[in-house]
Write a protein that binds this ligand. Sequence first.
Ligand code: NAD
Ligand code: MG
Length: 389
Amino acid sequence: MNQTHRVKRIGIFGSTGSIGTQALEVIAEHPDKFSAEVLTCNGNDDLLIEQAIKYKPNIVVITDESKYLKVKDALSATDVKVFAGEKALEEVAAMDVYDLMLAAIVGYAGLKPTLKAIDSGKPVALANKETLVVAGDIVMQTAIEKRVPIIPVDSEHSAIFQCLVGEMRNPIEKVILTASGGPFLGRKPNYLVNVKREHALQHPNWTMGAKISIDSATLMNKGLEMIEAKWLFNLHPSQIEVLIHPQSIIHSMVQFEDGSVKAQLGLPDMKLPIQYAMAFPQRITNEYPRCDFRKIKSLTFEEPDIRTFKNLGLAIEALNKGGNLPCVLNAANEIAVYAFLRNRIGFLDMTDVIERVMEKIPFIAKPSLEEYFDSDGDAREYAADLIKL
Ligand code: NAD
Ligand code: MG
């Protein structure tokens, strides 16, 4: 952070989403520590305008160019600069107007602006896990070259990150990613086959955007998080375990070489990891509810049911094989989730689409950035063909 700014200027990429709006609440609670300098969204112009009037950022970007004039007009009496389009997102990511990017766009769309920020030497608080799933090697290599910290926002990775503070020289034996199990924990395929969108969107412990809610219901989210963990913490796939923990109190654990295990606990509330990532290395006070262990009584654990929740198995396959396979898995998953959310395919069909796309797209062991882009495009196209979108 620039020493002359006592207030950390946050660039929230994806400010209208679940993570983005919660980050703005954190900023509103700590105006002495943070300001919202950049706000961006895809198409929710009304909310973006409302946020811009309330938080007075330097810049807003709306990716959907057809909405540019409406946003520009609505903010004409303010000093807020308005840009539109995908390219603008990357250009603003490279600008020296903010101190920390909060990467809170959902899906592949977050990759280019995040990579641009890293390439421009901007620290990143990373919620957008797909960025690491698609091109984790290139993203992390760029971060190392540019000496840019990437601080995880995903609650599991924030937990691991917090467990690793003070352990720089101590190798990790393994990490244990906890998973709530989602709304269909314990269910079998004969039940899942009839599951509808509304039901799948109801997560027991967290309120999140639509895509990650579906990914949580299929357990794809945990698979994406295994790949995310591999890149963030430089792990071999065999060092990453998943454990179902329905209470979502332990957010994840690290086991060291002496067998000692550290865990990070707390009530499930994304504002905590968001705040931690924004304030790192400080912890700041808040008034959020505290964890009362007398009320929780028991913490339980079980093995994930990969035979039923096959998406997790597919993600593990992609994690193990590497190359462009995680990128292909992610692209096929984004199309499949999109189709499921529009009631075009059933819950279990999502797995078939992803599996077939993974079989079809040629494997590349060490892709360039261009090859990742192409793999993503080819996988989307083939998935859309399969679904007849
Ligand atoms: P969301 O759908 O609620 O919000 C997504 C944001 O991205 C919105 O501001 C939207 O306008 C913007 N966006 C969408 N498509 C875009 C595009 N093509 N171009 C530019 N902007 C676009 O999503 P969310 O739940 O806030 O999740 C954001 C990211 O954080 C995801 O990668 C998700 O996996 C991760 N994450 C979310 C949670 C959570 O609790 N919501 C927890 C952990 C990780
Ligand atoms: Mg998570």
